[in-house]
Design a binder for this molecule. Structure first.
Ligand SMILES: [Zn+2]
Length: 489
């Protein structure tokens, strides 16, 4: 008996020694995964990096435009269902019973391979850099794609969201916060009121502007059908979303205004977005954004006005979260002085909870103060590498991603418009790892950031973070096996 006990102790000691020397803790599996990651990153082995990030759980995609996320091929499918044809000259959709010119059906288009390819090139960034052809400027091309599929994009929200979800789950993404336009409210303000916006804007008179915005708010809220429109909007959102959430995937929405609309329209969209979020106790609609080309004539002219509108609405609807496209600009696109203040005003005036893009930060005159504030207040920056490269031509070390990271600003990795760019979130992580020397642990922290800095409720965040912990454990186990190590159980 004594002998058996002795052998048992010796065996246990032996096992402990093996555990110690071979490394059998979860933490060790993370370190082994880090070593494997460094090996393939330093070897510029993009195929293995792609495999690595396909397998890795990626948390959430927080900068995600619904209509830009749908691939053109899906829009063509929807056109067949809706009996919509295509004008081969303009590449625009037209009803199949249209009598004003020549058009072809989507079925005929698909049999005409060169023409079908040309349609996809116009409806997305396909082939833009692969061959020489007559083409618009990249940013012009990018934003023009929305004109082709814009009228179809709202035709099948349920199917579109289901496709986005299915793709996300396949690439190990747990959450998407996608942008849909704010409630459509038709209202005609008195001319004197709209004129006064321009008056206070020119003088940058905040108190005068806020008094005017109070009138706007009263006029809008008392306009016929306002509350019904908000209710219909939320009812539609719930109907689209029905069946999307499950134990492994969650989707939420942001409302938005188009920054190139007239000021009264922007205010109406923002106000109805804020109001809808504040009324939504289900928290399906989580926040408000402002979108569209920042270098547009109207958006550049009205940028200060828009930031003040956000400040006004933040006071009126406290607690409503905002993410603002800000600083999506580069040298040459606008005058140098226009590169010096957009992120700053989104942070200090609009009080944004997150910043989308933020590319112009190195050019901003108060960048240190802005970065310090973003770090202190945990204002995350949404990084969209492919989008920035295509639209702005900003890539590699010209991109301020390290500037944000080194300043302690939380980073999240996003796609922006995966359908237009013909990318995926996995591809963005591959680009991140192949261009910048972030460690595996740092990249893992970006994944957790994508849940921590989402606009989900705290309880919802906790559940997804628990799921992420389990998924990372499984992932690191798989990588350890892949690398020929032994796995902890
Ligand atoms: Zn965007």
């Amino acid at each position: 008996m004594r002998c058996r006990t002795f052998y048992l102790i010796i065996s246990l000691l032996g096992l402990m020694m093996i555990f110690t020397t071979r490394g059998f803790t979860a933490n060790d599996n993370q370190q082994a995964t880090s070593r494997y990651f460094e090996k393939i990153r330093k070897a510029h082995d993009n195929a293995r990096l792609t495999q690595f990030f396909t397998m890795m759980p990626k948390g959430g995609d927080l900068h995600h435009h619904y209509s830009g996320a749908i691939y053109a091929e899906t829009y063509l499918d929807w056109m067949v269902k809706k009996n919509i044809c295509i004008d081969p000259k303009t590449m625009l959709p037209v009803p199949c019973n249209y009598s004003g010119g020549v058009y072809i059906s989507v079925d005929s288009l698909r049999k005409n391979v060169p023409l079908c390819r040309t349609v996809l090139e116009n409806w997305s960034d396909l082939d833009f850099n692969d061959h020489f052809h007559l083409q618009d400027q990249p940013d012009q091309h990018f934003f023009t794609t929305f004109n082709f599929f814009g009228n179809i994009s709202g035709a099948y929200y349920r199917e579109g969201l289901a496709e986005i979800k299915a793709r996300a789950k396949k690439e190990n993404v747990q959450y998407i916060e996608t942008m849909l336009t704010s409630p459509g409210i038709s209202v005609k303000y008195p001319k004197g009121l709209t004129d006064s916006l321009a008056y206070f804007q020119v003088r940058q008179d905040t108190s005068g502007l806020f008094s005017t915005l109070d009138y706007f708010a009263d006029f809008l809220q008392s306009s016929p059908g306002y509350s019904t429109s908000l209710k219909n909007y939320m009812d539609s959102l719930h109907a689209y979303h029905d069946g999307i959430d499950d134990s492994a995937f969650t989707m939420r929405f942001q409302a938005y205004a188009n920054r190139n609309s007239s000021p009264d329209v922007v205010f109406t969209k923002l106000f109805s977005g804020f109001d809808a979020v504040s009324r939504d106790h289900s928290s399906l609609l989580t926040g408000v954004n402002i979108v569209a080309p920042e270098n547009g004539i109207i958006s550049m002219r009205d940028y200060w006005l828009h930031m003040e509108m956000f400040r006004f609405l933040g006071k009126k609807f406290p607690g409503v979260k905002t993410s603002l496209h800000a600083g999506e600009l580069c040298l040459g696109m606008v005058k140098p002085e226009e590169l010096t203040w957009h992120v700053r005003d989104a942070v200090f005036i609009a009080r944004a909870n997150r910043i989308g893009h933020g590319v112009d930060i190195p050019w901003e005159t108060e960048s240190l103060k802005t970065l310090e504030n973003m770090q202190r207040d945990k204002i995350a920056v949404e990084i969209n590498l492919t989008s920035n490269e295509f639209i702005l031509g900003v890539k590699n070390n010209d991109h301020p991603i390290r500037l944000y990271f080194d300043a302690g600003v939380p980073l999240v990795i996003c796609t922006d418009d995966a359908g237009v760019s013909r990318i995926s979130l996995t591809a963005e992580y591959v680009k991140l790892a192949s261009r910048y020397d972030f460690t595996y642990t740092e990249i893992k922290s970006f994944v957790y950031n994508s849940i921590r800095y989402s606009f989900l409720k705290e309880r919802e965040k906790e559940l997804i973070i628990q799921s992420l912990n389990n998924r990372f454990k499984d992932f690191e186990d798989q990588i350890v096996i892949l690398n020929g190590d032994t796995v902890t159980k």
